[in-house]
Design a protein around this ligand. Structure first.
Ligand code: HPA
Length: 235
C-alpha cells in the first residue's frame, strides 16, 4: 500500500526525485514516486494550473490507480480567526465549500453510478493524531481543529466576504481544499489536511493584504512537508 502527499508547487524543489506526467481516465497528473510515497503537484509542474482550473478528479484518480491508502494534503491559507495566526500551521476538521464550476464528484451517474457520500467525517482521526504527535516532537504548536472555507479564486476575497465567512464559522480561507478532499473521501481513502497561514484575510490587517514570502515561506512549507512525511511513516 502506498501513501501520498498532495501539495503546492514548491515541493518540486524539495523532493529529490524526478516528477513525471501520469495519465488517468480523468486527465494528466504530475507526480513523483519515491519508494512507497507518491508526491502529487496539485497545480502541475511549474504551477501551471490556477486553483479553479486544477484537475482535482485526475489527481484523486491517480491515488486510486496506485492503491494509495493514506494521503495528507497541504494548503496555504489566509487567517480569518486567531485560531490560526499567520506563519502557523493547523489541521482542518471541517469545511465550507463555496466553489463553483469545478467537477466535484466521481459519482455523477455518468462515469460512475450516482451516490450521495456523507461528508461528516472526512478527516481521519489516526492521521490527525500522527500529525499532532509529529509537530509536538518538533516543538511546533499546531492548531488542531480548523474550519476551512474554499473560495473559487483566483481573486482574493472582499472585506465584507471575509466578515460573512467569519460569521459562518470559518477560521481560514483558501482556494484548494474542495473539491480535493471530497473526491479523495469519495474513493474511501483515509486523509487529513494540514494548512499553513501566509496572510491575514482581507480587512484583518491594517496594512492591506501582505503575504509571507521568501525564506520564511520556504521554511514553513519544508516543515509542513517534514511533519506530513513523518506522520505518514507512523501510520
Ligand atoms: N484567500 C484565499 N486563498 C488564500 C489566501 C486568502 O487570503 N491566502 C492564501 N490562500
Amino acid at each position: 500500500m502506498k501513501k501520498a502527499i498532495i501539495a503546492g508547487t514548491s515541493i518540486e524543489d524539495i523532493i529529490d526525485k524526478p516528477f513525471k506526467t501520469y495519465t488517468t481516465d480523468y486527465g494528466d497528473v504530475d507526480a513523483a514516486l519515491d519508494g512507497d510515497f507518491l508526491f502529487i503537484l496539485r497545480h502541475r509542474s511549474s504551477h501551471t494550473a490556477a486553483p479553479h482550473l486544477i484537475n482535482y478528479l485526475a489527481n484523486a484518480a491517480l491515488l486510486e490507480h496506485f492503491e494509495v491508502s493514506e494521503v495528507i494534503t497541504t494548503h496555504a491559507v489566509g487567517s480569518i480567526t486567531e485560531r490560526l495566526l499567520p506563519t502557523k500551521i493547523g489541521l482542518v476538521s471541517d469545511f465550507i465549500d463555496i466553489t463553483y464550476g469545478r467537477a466535484s464528484t466521481f459519482f455523477d451517474g455518468i462515469m460512475r453510478p450516482l451516490k450521495h457520500v456523507p461528508m461528516n467525517d472526512v478527516f481521519d482521526d489516526e492521521l490527525r493524531f500522527q500529525v499532532i504527535r509529529s509537530s509536538v516532537d518538533r516543538n511546533l504548536r499546531i492548531s488542531p481543529a480548523l474550519t476551512y472555507i474554499t473560495t473559487n479564486g483566483p481573486r482574493l476575497e472582499s472585506k465584507a466576504e471575509i466578515r460573512a465567512y467569519r460569521a459562518w464559522g470559518a477560521d481560514v480561507v483558501g482556494m484548494t481544499l474542495n473539491p480535493e478532499v471530497n473526491l479523495i473521501h469519495e474513493l474511501g481513502i483515509r486523509l487529513c489536511s494540514i494548512c499553513f497561514s501566509i496572510n491575514w484575510a482581507a480587512g484583518l490587517d491594517e496594512e492591506g493584504i501582505s503575504f509571507i514570502e521568501g525564506e520564511s515561506r520556504r521554511k514553513l512549507i519544508a516543515s509542513v512537508l517534514d511533519i506530513a512525511l513523518d506522520a505518514l511513516k507512523n501510520t
